[in-house]
Write a protein that binds this ligand. Structure first.
Ligand code: NAI
Ligand code: ENO
Length: 293
């Protein structure tokens, strides 16, 4: 299948970055239409060169597209697919970038009419900023992009989406649905909740507010992602609630362990808490970095 026309719905950080990367690689060979509900975003996406044409009209946006990338917050995706399906051409492939997969994949696979395919995906890259002005042509470069094929997913559709994604410089891998949501909860969703909790902790000490300007690198490093978009993270928590709740309970257990050790002035236990984290993190980072091409 020769890919000539792509539609991107949701022209924020991820949709905009995808458009910029694909336009850089494909130039005029591939025409990209962008759809968004925000008029300023539609204008900026064209101005920045992320899309060739932009519209808030579902039909105009998707009717000629071979591939449709769904790049809105998670809870917007299913209602949008309901709206666009009547206009998607036979042979068209829909793929989403949502951070949670079980909630979407089950429903979307079941909704596809004969001849229209859905491939579930998740780029493991991002920043704490959102919107088209944060979009970056290099966002996907050398970063993992997970595809999550189910038994009923067309292997041809997966191969086509993989091909397009390699144009962005992403490294493609596949995962089982349940593994994905469990893993994403631990390596992505929980860190965002914990970073927000650390910042919210400051709110419990109003008399110290003046002194908070002293925050150093440690606080900045551990809380950068607390500046992320609250709408997007509310959707993620609501659509991956079981793995997130389960892992948060484990975080609570770990904190209880530390509370007890500090209360009892149990130095070996406190030391062990920090030491086992350091050893594990150092190994993990070394292994991860040595795999980067
Ligand atoms: N931000 C990140 O670092 C990552 C985000 N994701 C996923 O990517 C998706 C998009 O995230 P971002 O690009 O960061 O969000 P964003 O907030 O930067 O962009 C979302 C865009 O969708 C548009 N939009 C929202 N609802 C809409 C609707 N009903 N109709 C039309 N347009 C609509 C907004 O106007 C905005 O331009 C989310 O599902 C998120 O879970 C995945 C990996 C990383
Ligand atoms: O800003 C960061 O470092 C992130 O962790 C970005 C991110 C946010 C959501 C995802 O589903 C994947 C990556």
């Amino acid at each position: 299948m020769k890919i000539k026309r792509i539609a991107i719905i949701g022209l924020g950080l991820i949709g905009g970055s995808l458009g910029l990367a694909l336009k850089k690689q494909c130039g005029e060979e591939v025409r990209i239409t962008g759809v968004d509900h925000d008029p300023k975003t539609l204008e900026l996406a064209v101005q920045r060169g992320a899309v060739d044409y932009s519209t808030n009209d579902w039909k105009k946006g998707v009717e000629h597209a071979d591939i449709i990338f769904l790049c809105t917050p998670v809870l917007q995706i299913i209602p949008i697919v309901e709206q666009i399906l009547p206009y998607v051409k036979v042979g068209g492939i829909l793929t989403d970038v949502g951070s949670t997969k079980g909630f979407l994949a089950e429903k979307l696979l079941g909704m596809m009419p004969t001849g229209i395919h859905y491939v579930s995906g998740h780029p493991m890259t991002g920043i704490e900023r959102s919107g088209i002005m944060a979009a970056d042509q290099g966002l996907f470069n050398d970063k993992w992009y997970i595809l999550i094929p189910e038994a009923s997913t067309s292997p041809e559709a997966v191969a086509i989406i993989s091909q397009i994604l390699t144009w962005t410089g992403a490294r493609i891998t596949t995962m089982e649905l349940a593994d994905h949501d469990q893993c994403a909860a631990i390596i992505s969703h929980i860190p965002h909740v914990v970073a927000a909790a650390l910042v919210n902790l400051l709110g419990k000490y109003p008399t110290l507010e003046e002194s908070f300007k002293l925050v150093g690198g440690g606080f900045r490093d551990t809380t950068r992602i607390a500046s992320s978009n609250a709408d997007m993270w509310a959707d993620i928590c609501l659509t991956n609630s079981q793995p997130i709740t389960q892992s948060l309970l484990q975080v609570k257990e770990l904190l209880d362990e530390m509370i007890q050790a500090v209360e009892k002035a149990d130095r070996p236990a406190i030391h062990h808490f920090f030491k086992r984290a350091k050893v594990r993190r150092d190994i993990l980072i070394e292994e991860t970095d040595s795999h980067v091409v």
